[in-house]
Unconditional design. Sequence first.
Length: 273
Amino acid sequence: MKILKKLSKFALVTTFISSQVFAAEVASKVVASDDIEWGYLNPLRGALSPGAADLWGDRTTATATGMLVRFNKGFESPPHIHNITYRGIVIDGLLHNDDPKAEKMWMPTGSFWTQPAGEDHTTAANGETNLIYLEIDSGPYLVKPSTEKFDNGERPLNLHQNNIVWLTNSDLHDIKAKGVLTTYVWGSTAKMGGSMIKLPAGFKGSLTTKANEFRAVVISGAINYSSKDLTVPQLLKAGSYLESEGRFTHKLENDSSRDAIIYIRTDARYQVN
């Protein structure tokens, strides 16, 4: 009996320690743009292919993924299709994505487009440096010839940055901080969706979320970022990434002279104070 009591006490202590360790586990992740490891969107083509880097997920497997893709000036793909639908947001440069016969409409930083699976199109870049954030809801991400085109019922969208409508508040999220703007990008308020927030110069505040999935990418400008999981604040420039799970507070500061825009993918409302 004494041995059993000792074992029982040991089990209780072990359980307590384990629960404490679990509670202390990091619930967030931050990747600064300078620390991103680059590969190629099509490794078989090497340097002839756009550069690519997964920020989350794995574009080669059957999972949702968010990645950065960069293009050289003058790049233009041959007509092609993809096996899955993707969304793109321009971070830097000038991008065109449309039917092979369409005139070029160059989309600058902050512009957004969707490319339906199976639809024939070309992608071109015309900035000195060209960088986009590309997101898929399932993979793998494949490039296929135009001869395999099909109509999946979706229609493409090309939303130039000049046509984006920014709101002081919305039913989508709770924006309480003065000067912060938000815009709806895709999805719905019921499940998963994407939005962008614009933090004005001089902003200092926080974004609080209780989401099972919260992912954010800096689209333009830069923010000083801190949280309970960081011992030292980090400067997150365009292309940087952060994520969190559960209830979490992200502290954001824009001490520059220009707006900072952040794209957010989440399954729950968030609050900006």
